[in-house]
Design a binder for this molecule. Structure first.
Ligand SMILES: [Zn+2]
Length: 571
């Protein structure tokens, strides 16, 4: 490709809309343009990179035995009602109406569609295992689209769905996808780590996320250098969260006035001096419109993802003040669970057996002390509900846990039979008995992966593409483009030779100053630049510059060989 014939609208200034470096570089290097918030056009260079990521994904999915198909983006809401997700996913579902005012759903994912397909096509254990995948545009009703392709309303996903006759088979299918994902991200040049993940609204049995460590990531990963444990913070546990030994209650419960005290922190100060770890925090949530109490230690934070898992419904929210007063008779700041018998009480395991605790008295301006969890509060459900923090001991090996931010690029779920039961994907097993297929589902954010590569691989000058997904591998930069000049002739010869050898190459034939050409080539991040100027050519040389390496003078006749060597060596 010749630069003047394509469209590479590089920008000197950073557009104000871009908050993170990868988003800035996508715009500045002329890879994408915004149509409106959360919607982007892929320009020629951006599309070339996208296609390369897709090709890697496709090759590895095919190699793992998955079958490509293409399902409709537009889906009938009835299948979402059948699976029970129409309500649970209402915050992200894009809904449209046709001329008859019938409602449709633009798919954010395809469990319902693929399971309906399998229900009609697979009827015997002999037809399994099967794994179907597609690379397709997905939609998400994102309230706050941000960070370019990271959180968009429309994006490209690879989604795959495995169907097995047995649990062991499903386990093997899961492992295959896990391994394929590790290869895909490695081939894209990404350092991704697999972490244990929460299954959330998907309702699966267990899952892993593939995370790219990055300061700008929207996820937090808890990890241990001692034993390799790694988990999304929503899923993570630590030894600090385990219940301690029970302490017998000796003192009588006592009510005391706390005028104006409405925070844990205020109660730690004089004249009260109750340390946060000796307080019980009482939160009120509405789950399926009914109030529930949630108790955690005063110095802990609630992990909402774990609460969702325990409640078994995604339809929940914090109660508003009026709802809290209706449930407990007091306003936030004076809430407690002592003596409450008419509401479900979910308590964090760390509170188990504790005595001498202080909590709200369910009367504005009053607290109670000497509270014993075992004696004074009728906990209906004990569960791990707290958020793990950095510095806590690892539950496996005791070493200090660390927390870092990361970008989620892939997710594998072992789903079980939730969808196959709901949508009747049944088969006859060896003994002729009807069973629901055991499912797994596996997603890769293709457009997000592309941006994650930039987030992880750039410098002050611009993007540093790995060869595998670079829009072009080589950029030839003649410093003179005068027709018939020796410089241009040699540039065209090297260009033709590289194309003949199957190398993706672009020739910067613009009549621009060398500085402009070099800057643009660094900004876009082509892995190899071949510079040809009159001075070096007088010595019979050209200059080869790997994007992240040093400039090397090379005999003009050896230029093509040298470029091929660099590519073969991975630069
Ligand atoms: Zn550990």
């Amino acid at each position: 490709m010749r630069w003047t014939q394509t469209l590479i609208p590089t920008l000197k200034e950073t557009p104000a809309e871009a908050e993170i470096v990868s988003h800035k570089l996508l715009l500045r290097a002329g890879l994408i343009r915004k149509l409106t918030g959360g919607l982007y056009t892929f320009l020629p260079l951006g599309l070339r990179t996208l296609r390369k990521v897709e090709r890697i994904v496709r090759e590895e999915m095919d190699r793992a035995g998955a079958l490509e198909l293409l399902m409709p983006a537009l889906q009938p809401p009835e299948i979402w009602q059948k699976s029970g997700r129409y309500e649970a996913a209402r915050d992200v579902l894009f809904k449209v109406r046709d001329r008859a005012k019938k409602e449709w759903v633009l798919g954010p994912t395809h469990e319902e569609v693929v399971t309906s397909l399998v229900a009609g096509e697979i009827s015997s254990y002999r037809q399994m295992p099967k794994n179907f995948y597609q690379i397709q545009t997905k939609f998400r009703d994102e309230i706050r689209p941000r960070f370019g392709l990271m959180r968009a309303k429309e994006f490209i996903m690879k989604d795959a769905y495995s169907f097995d006759a047995t649990d062991e088979g499903a386990q093997a299918s899961y492992r295959k996808m896990y391994d394929a994902y590790a290869r895909i991200f490695q081939r894209c040049g990404l350092k991704a780590i697999a972490v244990e993940a929460d299954t959330g609204v998907m309702g699966g049995k267990f899952s892993h996320e593939f995370m790219v460590p990055a300061e700008t990531g929207e996820n937090e990963v808890v990890y241990c250098d001692g034993c390799g444990y790694a988990a999304n913070v929503e899923k993570a546990s630590s030894a600090a969260g385990k219940p301690g030994p029970a302490v017998e209650a000796v003192d009588v419960i006592e009510r005391f006035p706390t005028p104006g005290v409405v925070t844990i922190e205020a109660l730690t100060r004089d004249p009260y001096g109750v340390p946060a770890e000796r307080q019980i925090k009482t939160l009120v949530y509405l789950a399926d419109s009914k109030p529930v109490l949630v108790l955690i230690r005063g110095d802990d934070q609630l992990n909402e993802a774990k609460l969702v898992g325990v409640l078994g419904t995604g339809n929940f929210r914090p109660a508003e003040e009026a709802e809290i007063v209706a449930a407990l008779g007091a306003r936030p700041g004076s809430l407690g669970a002592v003596g409450v018998t008419n509401l479900p009480i979910y308590a964090d395991e760390r509170l188990t057996g504790l005595s001498g605790m202080t909590t709200g008295a369910n009367q504005d301006g009053f607290h109670v002390r000497n509270v014993s969890l075992a004696r004074d509060i009728q906990v209906t459900h004990w569960a791990e509900l707290r958020l793990v923090a950095a510095g806590e001991p690892c539950a496996r090996c005791g070493q200090e846990l660390k927390v870092r931010r990361a970008i989620e690029v892939g997710h594998v779920f072992k789903l079980g039979t939730k969808y196959s039961e709901a949508l009747q994907a049944l088969f006859l097993d060896e003994s002729g008995k009807q069973q629901p297929a055991v499912m797994g589902c596996y997603g890769i954010g293709v457009t997000r992966t592309l941006q994650a590569v930039i987030e992880q691989s750039h410098d002050d000058q611009g993007i540093v593409w790995p060869v595998s997904v670079a829009p072009y591998t080589v950029c030839i930069t003649p410093l003179s483009v005068a027709p018939g000049s020796e410089v241009l002739k040699l540039a065209e010869k090297i260009y033709d030779d590289l194309i003949t050898r199957g190398v993706d190459v672009i020739l910067d034939d613009r009549n621009e100053r060398p500085g402009v050409k070099f800057k643009d080539s660094e900004l876009v991040g082509f892995p190899i630049r071949v510079g040809i100027g009159e001075k070096s050519l007088a010595k019979g040389e050209v200059e080869i510059k790997p994007r992240a390496g040093a400039l090397q003078p090379v005999k003009a006749d050896d230029a093509v060989t040298k470029v091929l060597e660099l590519i073969a060596a991975g630069l």
